[in-house]
Design a protein. Structure first.
Length: 257
């Protein structure tokens, strides 16, 4: 496919899928159910954490998480008693269990107490580092600095081990990207959209390879950096907006065409 043809395809799919209709069946609908910034940050973090597999099941499980937290995630994270935390032990979504849920709540509580909130951490550390890859590494170290069961570590990808960090990059897209479409929140203004990386998984990796945006066979961090660099050639200021395009290419059956 010629470069201009590829640009036209990416733009067409972006316009088709980056719209309000995208929200309801997607995990981003979970933080959209809240108005307050901190509620959105925490609801979004949990929704992104369990975002692998069937979207319908993800959304259902993430909404159930919010019910466990009395549909007040920020207040629950900051103030839940030992008895209230104990209720989380019955939760399960695939391999994410109640102990993982509890450990994540306490880790976010520590982040909130030390930095003000998840967004405050990412904004302050990006201002200090100027490199989102280093910030992702710092975030994981900080997140697991408190006492926790080792099982929960599998649910927060490690860039230091070469992981693609798809769910963290998706979460960052939600809160950093801003446009007039109403899907992403654009709440973290101290981080430029150009600093983001594509939320790469097997699906978007296959689409990227089919479109000539990615050569690396593994869907790891090196592949994430490669495909993001390719997308920056089309929009250096907001390359990750083409996440909608790769999603749309899959929905439209590009690989079957």
């Amino acid at each position: 496919m010629e470069r201009e043809e590829l640009r036209d395809l990416l733009e067409h799919l972006h316009d088709k899928y980056n719209r309000a209709e995208f929200i309801e069946p997607d995990p981003i609908s979970v933080p959209h159910a809240f108005a307050a910034k901190e509620d959105r940050e925490i609801a979004g973090f949990f929704a992104a954490t369990i975002a692998w597999g069937n979207r319908k099941a993800i959304v259902k499980s993430a909404r159930r998480m919010m019910q466990y937290m009395d549909d007040a995630p920020a207040d629950f994270v900051r103030h839940a008693s030992a008895e209230e935390l104990a209720r989380l032990r019955t939760y399960v979504h695939r391999t994410f269990n109640g102990q993982d849920f509890t450990d994540f709540v306490l880790a976010i509580r520590r982040i909130a107490e030390r930095f003000g909130g998840i967004g405050d951490f990412f904004e302050s550390r990006y201002e200090a580092e100027g490199d989102m890859a280093r910030v992702l590494s710092e975030f994981r170290r900080e997140f697991f600095a408190c006492e926790h069961d080792a099982h929960c570590e599998k649910h927060l990808s490690s860039i230091d081990k070469g992981a693609a960090c798809k769910r963290l990059n998706m979460y960052l897209r939600w809160f950093v990207r801003r446009d007039d479409r109403g899907v992403d929140f654009g709440l973290w203004r101290k981080i430029p959209m150009s600093a983001l990386y594509l939320p790469l998984d097997v699906h978007s990796g296959n689409m990227g390879r089919a479109l000539g945006l990615l050569r690396r066979k593994q869907s790891d961090w090196k592949a994430t950096a490669e495909i993001t660099a390719s997308l920056r050639e089309f929009d250096p200021e907001d390359p990750v907006r083409y996440d909608f395009s790769l999603f749309g290419a899959g929905i439209d059956g590009f690989l079957k065409a």
